[in-house]
Each structure stands twice: as structure tokens, then as C-alpha cells.
Design a protein around this ligand. Structure first.
Ligand code: CAA
Length: 446
């Protein structure tokens, strides 16, 4: 097999057109301190879909802009993989609906593209990237590219603790040989176990054990890092320019990054530099009792979080990946891809020269599985990422009052019969256009 570079050539992000401000609108309605959301969870706002938006319209709108920007037509695309945990059909994949939308605006069709839908909670976006990567590396693509779309309406039952972390949007990615943005590594690590932390057994809104889900995320991510190191070799804090994680809310990443840094800094000059200030990391063999070891480790970790060494590393490597997520909430399958885009966008705006540098990407899906791989930033990265107009789109969202938020939430609740008017007017995009004779959802380009 030839060692061709395969990775993400370009991406597009489509946000739901509505916005709920967590500090100004949500916190007062819940009688909560805004700091719980802005400081604790690290979130300022969530994206919501208007009544004419859903996983198909958001995915198709992101995909159309991506194809248009790259001057591509359906004949250039050999695969359409959609990752979602908000699917509304147990048989017909969302990719067929998205292809149907796109065929309304192109003269050609996607009849020779392989289409599918991937499910494993939030990690299925990354699994779809893997599928596309493997297809191209296996030489089965006939020179064509793959379109991967991660699209979700991440809504929780009203009153659920997860409600504050909601979001809705889609990320479309073009996977190709000689990519402009990042090359994916063959090396990857997994942490996977049968867990009951977050699930939707034939129901729209998730059943969530929130506190446990945080612990499962950390445990699986740790396993994935060790597995990754077993193939890629030991990691070092300076190996990676950015570390995008799956971001259900930035506070989750704050916890994961601290544990990750502690692991990769062990036995490096970082540990030596920190030793004077907070001592060396406790080692298990130095303790008779596991409880005493865990207490010492937790004390060390708390002290580590307060050091300039850690804070500087975090500010440069992790903080930029959280910028978009703070204003759009959790997009489930798209979340880690929003984090990658955010980190690269912030780096491009700051004028960082990252060609040839590496990202360490940590994906996670409840149920549960984490995956870690690295990506090498390509020479064309800055132009490719600057083409994203995501910040303008986030800024232009309609700001919901709490009453409007409740109405919109009801309008998207499959159990409720509602007749809610749209709050925005679609223009140059795909919209939901009612039901067909077999119960299928229909779409129109307006
Ligand atoms: N000022 C500053 N910080 C404050 C504060 C204030 N006034 N009030 C609270 N906080 C802090 C808390 O100390 C806490 O921080 P720590 O965890 O660091 O202690 C943080 O804000 C959140 O407060 P609570 O823990 O009290 O919040 P909660 O219990 O209401 O909800 C949650 C938290 C359980 C994570 C909830 O948001 C949830 O269920 N979310 C959905 C599940 C989820 O996202 N899990 C993440 C891992 S699973 C995953 O990643 C898959 C996925 O996408 C869903």
C-alpha cells in the first residue's frame, strides 16, 4: 500500500440559527448563579434549531457550502457518511436525505456514492473519519473524496442537569489525499468498555447519569492515551501544538486536560521544573496503601492546576480549542471537530505558524469509548480554516427569550403536537418542508 497522506482537506460548520444566553436568560429563569454556567461549565450560550431546521438541513447546508467553496460537484464524492445520535429513522440513513437535498441544487446526482450512518454516541463523527481514511488508504476511492457530516440536535429533557449543555449544529468535512488542513495518523489508541452513563433506548431525549458520565469520560480517555502511547511511543507536553478534546462543556475538558498533562509530563523536564514548587508526582510503589497514594495524587494534581507551568501550557494548547464551544454548547458528534476548528482558527488569527506541527485529538462517545490519534497540520491549513465564517454565523443568531426557548424546545419534542412559527427567515438554505406519504421528512431549498 502506498503511504499517501490522507486527512481533512477542508471543513464547514453550520450552527442552528437560534441562541440561548446562559448567563442572561437561562440562569435567571432557573434562579441560578450565572457563574455556575460561565465559570463552572465554561459555557456562555447554546445554539438551537429554528422550527424549519433539523439534522438534515444543518448537515446539508454545511455540506453545500463546503462543496461550493472547493468547487466540487457530486461526481467528485465517492462516500457520504453521516454521524449522528439524533436520527429519526431506524432504517433509511440521514446521508440519503442529505444527498437528496444536495441533488436539488446540482445537475448531477450521488448515485455512485456509498452512503451510511454511523452510531456510537459522540465518537461516531471520528469513526466516520476513520471509515473515510481507510477507504482512501485502501485505494478504493477511484480518486474521489469522502464527505463526512456530523450533525446533531443535542437536546435534553427540560429540567435535566444536561439542559444547560444543549446545542445544535453540523460539521461537514472533506476527506481526501493530499489534504490542505490536517493529515490523520495511522497510530491510534482506544479505551472502550460497556458502560451505562448516557443512552437513548428508543427515546428522543437521553437518560443521563451526569456525574458518572464525567468519571467514565476520564477513565476511557486515560485508557485511550495509554493505548495510543503503546503504538506511537511516549508522549511529551511539547509534542502537540493543540489538543482538541470532545467538549460536552469546557469544564469537562478542564478536568481531562489536567490529568492528561500530569500523565505526559511524568519523567520529563516538566516534572523536574515543577518539583521545586510542588514536589514530584507521587508513585504507587512509594505507598503501602492505595488510598494514601490516591490522596497524595489528588493533592499533587490540585497543586499542579495552580502552577504557571501548567497554566501556560493549557492557555496555549487547550484553551483555544474551547472558544467556539463556549458559544454553541454540545453538538455531540460534531463537538470534537468544532474543537479542532476552534483551535486552528484561534491559532490562525493569532498568526501562529503551525505547518508541520501536531494536534493530539481526544474523541469520546458515551456507552462508552474514547479514541486518541494525532494529526499533522498541513502547509495550506491557515487559508483552509480562515475560510470558515463560523464566528459571523454564531454572532448572527437570533437571541431567544426564555419563553421562546421553551416553545422551540416543545416544537422539537417528538411527543408534543405544536404549531410554532419560525423566529427567523431562511435564505439560501435547505429547510424542513413537511411530511411525505410514507412518513418521511421532506426538504426544500429556499
Ligand atoms: N461559580 C463557579 N462555579 C460553579 C458555580 C458558581 N456559582 N456553581 C457551580 N459551579 C461549578 C461546580 O463546582 C461544578 O464544577 P466542578 O465539576 O469542577 O466541581 C460545575 O460548576 C457544574 O456544577 P454542578 O456539578 O453542580 O452541575 P450539575 O450537577 O447541575 O450538572 C453535569 C453538571 C452533571 C455535568 C450536567 O451538566 C450533565 O448532566 N451534563 C450532561 C452529561 C455530560 O455532558 N457529561 C459529560 C461527560 S459524557 C460526554 O461527554 C458525552 C456527551 O457529550 C453527553
Amino acid at each position: 500500500m502506498s503511504e499517501k497522506a490522507v486527512g481533512i482537506d477542508a471543513m464547514e460548520i453550520h450552527t442552528g440559527t437560534l441562541r440561548l444566553d446562559l448567563a442572561e436568560t437561562y440562569a435567571p429563569a432557573k434562579d441560578d448563579d450565572p457563574g455556575k454556567y460561565t465559570k463552572g461549565l465554561g459555557l456562555f450560550a447554546s445554539s438551537f434549531p429554528d422550527v424549519y431546521e433539523d439534522i438534515v438541513t444543518m448537515g446539508a447546508n454545511a455540506a453545500r457550502r463546503l462543496l461550493e467553496r472547493r468547487g466540487l460537484t457530486p461526481a467528485d464524492i465517492g462516500r457520504i457518511d453521516v454521524a449522528t445520535e439524533s436520527s429519526f429513522d431506524n432504517s433509511k440513513p440521514v446521508s440519503t436525505y442529505i444527498a437528496g437535498c444536495l441533488e436539488q441544487v446540482y445537475d448531477e446526482d450521488f448515485h455512485h456514492a456509498n452512503k451510511g450512518e454511523r452510531k456510537f454516541a459522540c465518537i461516531s463523527g471520528t469513526q466516520s473519519l476513520d471509515d473515510a481514511y481507510n477507504w482512501i488508504r485502501a485505494g478504493r476511492n477511484r480518486g474521489r473524496k469522502a464527505l463526512v457530516v456530523a450533525t446533531d440536535t443535542a437536546l435534553y429533557e427540560r429540567g435535566d442537569p444536561g439542559e444547560a449543555t444543549q446545542g445544535a449544529g453540523a460539521v461537514a468535512m472533506l476527506i481526501s489525499e493530499d489534504p490542505d488542513l490536517v493529515e490523520l495518523s495511522t497510530a491510534q489508541g482506544y479505551g472502550s468498555a460497556d458502560e451505562t452513563d448516557f443512552l437513548k433506548p428508543n427515546q428522543q431525549f437521553p437518560s443521563v447519569d451526569g456525574k458518572r458520565s464525567v468519571q467514565v469520560y476520564l477513565a476511557r480517555m486515560r485508557e485511550a492515551l495509554m493505548d495510543y502511547e503503546s503504538v506511537a511511543g511516549d508522549t511529551h507536553p511539547d509534542d502537540f501544538a493543540l489538543v482538541p478534546f470532545h467538549t460536552p462543556f469546557p469544564g469537562m475538558v478542564r478536568k481531562a486536560a489536567l490529568l492528561g498533562f500530569r500523565h505526559v509530563a511524568r519523567d520529563t523536564e516538566y516534572e523536574d521544573r515543577l518539583a521545586e514548587e510542588i514536589g514530584r508526582q507521587p508513585r504507587r510503589e512509594a505507598f503501602d496503601d492505595v488510598g494514601a497514594f490516591q490522596d497524595a495524587l489528588s493533592e499533587y494534581t490540585d497543586a499542579l492546576a495552580e502552577t504557571d507551568v501548567y497554566r501556560d501550557w493549557y492557555a496555549e494548547t487547550v484553551e483555544p480549542t474551547l472558544e467556539l464551544s463556549r458559544y454553541c454548547g454540545n453538538w455531540y458528534t460534531g463537538s470534537v471537530h468544532v474543537a479542532r476548528a476552534s483551535g486552528l482558527l484561534e491559532a490562525a488569527e493569532a498568526g501562529r505558524d503551525l505547518a508541520g506541527a501536531r494536534l493530539l485529538v481526544g474523541s469520546y462517545g458515551s456507552g462508552a469509548q474514547a479514541e486518541i490519534h494525532h494529526e499533522t497540520i498541513q502547509p495550506g491549513w491557515a487559508d483552509s480554516i480562515r475560510a470558515l465564517a463560523v464566528k459571523d454565523r454564531l454572532r448572527d443568531r437570533y437571541d431567544l427569550s426564555f419563553e421562546e426557548y421553551e416553545r422551540i424546545h416543545d416544537a422539537h419534542n417528538h411527543e408534543k403536537e405544536t404549531d410554532v412559527d419560525a423566529l427567523t427567515t431562511p435564505d439560501g438554505e435547505f429547510v424542513f418542508d413537511g411530511w411525505g406519504r410514507m412518513g418521511e421528512r421532506k426538504y426544500r431549498y429556499v
